[in-house]
Design a protein around this ligand. Structure first.
Ligand code: ADP
Length: 259
């Protein structure tokens, strides 16, 4: 942006020249735009479940409560939507904390293979329910320095997505290796529905979902992957994604190894 500032000396009739002020306001503008987009998205996301809660409660109050079946169904919707609101608000607060760097990491040495085995255990029930086969392959013991709770959050998020977006009887595989640059590479692959190529670059954006209706059905908030990416970066790592529609998706993380 170019600002022209006339310079006057003493008496305003003494025109002293023109001062050119060159300022890059585009970065500030971009931040402002992102912030207001975020607020707009948040409001929109919150309004949807609130509208459902309100609408079904109104219908019940209007007389539907007399029919037991209907009222049960409506109460279930009200309950589910409240839960969804709860998750949304939790994720929004979490993301804003992480983005403003208000999450001190409690670092300790973590052995990755054991850590992944324990994380699998948390999700075993939901994998079994869909008859999804979990597999872990890892060489010897590998250590990294990390915040256990935050790392748990990363892998629970990625693995529960893998389960959610993989049909019955599919497979979720975690493969751990070491790169030439001494990073621990963890790839999480599924045999699920995949992500269209055009959506891949945006997948880590806040609230971005490939198919809103479908992922809302799965209970997602569209914030999981943004949170994951921030947490990986806080651990000085990287995360990338590859996918083929109808074949599956692989998320690959690289995190610094310690010896
Ligand atoms: P959500 O809460 O909707 O799952 P995420 O931020 O975790 O939000 O993921 C964003 C979107 O990326 C999802 O809505 C889904 O469309 C897509 N996605 C994430 N993981 C996978 C996966 N393993 N397979 C297919 N699609 C996925």
């Amino acid at each position: 942006e170019l600002n022209l500032v006339p310079i006057y000396q003493g008496n305003s009739s003494d025109f002293g020249g023109i001062l050119l002020v060159l300022q890059d306001v585009s970065a500030i503008r971009r931040l402002e735009r992102m912030r207001s987009e975020f607020v707009a998205n948040v409001s929109h996301e919150l309004k949807t479940p609130i509208a459902a809660v309100k609408g079904f409660a109104e219908t019940l109050l209007g007389g539907a409560v007399k029919d037991e079946e209907t009222s049960k169904a409506f109460l279930q919707i009200i309950y589910d939507e409240s839960e969804r609101l709860n998750r949304l608000i939790g994720d929004i607060l979490e993301l804003s904390k992480i983005e403003s760097r208000r999450v001190p990491l409690m670092l300790s040495p973590i052995e990755i293979k054991e850590f992944m085995t324990n994380t699998f255990a948390i999700l075993e029930v939901s994998a079994n329910r869909k008859h999804i086969d979990f597999q872990l392959s890892s060489p010897e013991e590998l250590y990294m320095e990390g915040d256990e709770d935050r790392l748990r959050q990363i892998f629970v998020n990625l693995l529960s997505n893998a389960i959610a977006y993989t049909p019955e009887g599919g497979k979720v595989e975690v493969d751990i290796t070491v790169t030439e640059l001494d990073m621990i590479r963890i790839s999480i692959s599924d045999t699920g529905i995949g992500i269209p190529e055009k959506d891949l670059p945006r997948i880590f954006e806040r609230f971005y979902r490939v198919d809103k209706a479908r992922s809302r059905g799965s209970g997602g908030t569209g914030l999981g992957l943004s949170i994951v990416k921030h947490l990986v970066e806080l651990h000085k790592g990287t995360i990338t994604v590859e996918s083929k529609v109808g074949q599956g998706t692989t998320f690959t993380l690289e995190l610094p190894q310690i010896h």
